[in-house]
Design a binder for this molecule. Structure first.
Ligand code: CA2
Length: 145
């Protein structure tokens, strides 16, 4: 059974409580439920985490080695700044998909830069909470082909 780590970065714990015009009204708990339900339907297992701390996210990525087949990462603003997260993804040698709720390329230019994209197999952005399910399907497909 395909096992995926879904990892969420800084401020994503606030989803559904502020800036609904940008990030929607779905909470991160709702997204976790959506992913767990989708995992059940598609025969996958998911572990779901959020942290506001770069080092904790690095630890989560390291811990995925030997436990998961792939990583889906919404690194939040660390996407645009973190060489540490990029190196962590490279070091575990697991396929990673970069994920964003918003279309980062339609937003400020500083969000167009991504360290994660350099080491990801692909990128999904702009589809809101549904993007998590799309990323799960993309990971399953990537691992099977
Ligand atoms: O679109 C995404 O998923 C982002 O990763 C979200 C990050 C942002 O820095 C990235 O450029 C794109 C920010 C997450 C902030 O989440 C909030 C949720 C509710 C209220 C305020 C912030």
């Amino acid at each position: 059974m395909t096992s995926v780590l879904i990892l969420n970065g800084p401020n994503l714990n606030l989803l559904g409580t502020r800036q609904p015009e940008v990030y929607g009204t779905t909470t991160l708990d709702d997204i976790e439920t959506l992913c767990k339900n989708h995992a059940e339907v598609t025969g996958m297992t998911v572990e779901f985490h959020q942290s506001n701390h770069e080092g904790t996210l690095v630890d989560n990525i390291h811990n995925a080695r030997g436990r998961h087949d792939g990583i889906i990462l919404n690194a939040g603003a660390y996407t645009h700044t973190s060489i540490a997260l990029m190196d962590a993804i490279s070091s575990v040698e697991l396929p990673a998909i970069e994920l964003h709720l918003s279309n980062v390329h339609a937003r400020e230019t500083f969000r167009h830069q991504s360290y994660i994209a350099r080491v990801a197999v692909g990128l999904i952005c702009g589809f809101g909470a549904r993007g998590y399910v799309l990323a799960m399907d993309a990971m399953k497909d990537h691992l099977e082909h």
